[in-house]
Design a protein. Structure first.
Length: 109
């Protein structure tokens, strides 16, 4: 194999890797995933401490499941757009406020 064909082969390989990478990058949602984990941990902590009633805990868990389903739907086409990320962030903001309100509303089991 001469130097030109090695160069062309390595260029083609690097180009294919470079083109494939953005496809995977569009599916990653590390901030959203981390917030989901934090919010689920807050719900579990509230349940363990007695700050959340069973009904409050069920409703908050249901809200988290809806956000997870929305995230899966956003990932279904292969790319999570900026609008979809904004919508998910907005839903997580609402969920976070709900968790804080429910944990501090003085209702106990």
């Amino acid at each position: 194999m001469n130097n030109i064909s090695k160069f062309l082969l390595s260029s083609a390989l690097l180009a294919s890797i470079g083109l494939a990478q953005p496809c995977y990058a569009g599916l990653e949602t590390p901030r959203i995933d981390q917030r989901q984990a934090n919010q689920e941990r807050r719900i579990e902590q509230g349940e363990a401490s007695g700050a959340l009633t069973d009904r409050e805990e069920r409703r908050l868990e249901h809200q988290q499941m809806r956000i997870e389903r929305q995230e899966e739907a956003a990932k279904a086409d292969g790319v999570v757009t900026a609008g979809e990320r904004t919508r998910l962030t907005h839903q997580q903001n609402k969920a976070s406020r709900n968790i804080a309100r429910k944990k501090h509303n003085l209702r106990r089991d």
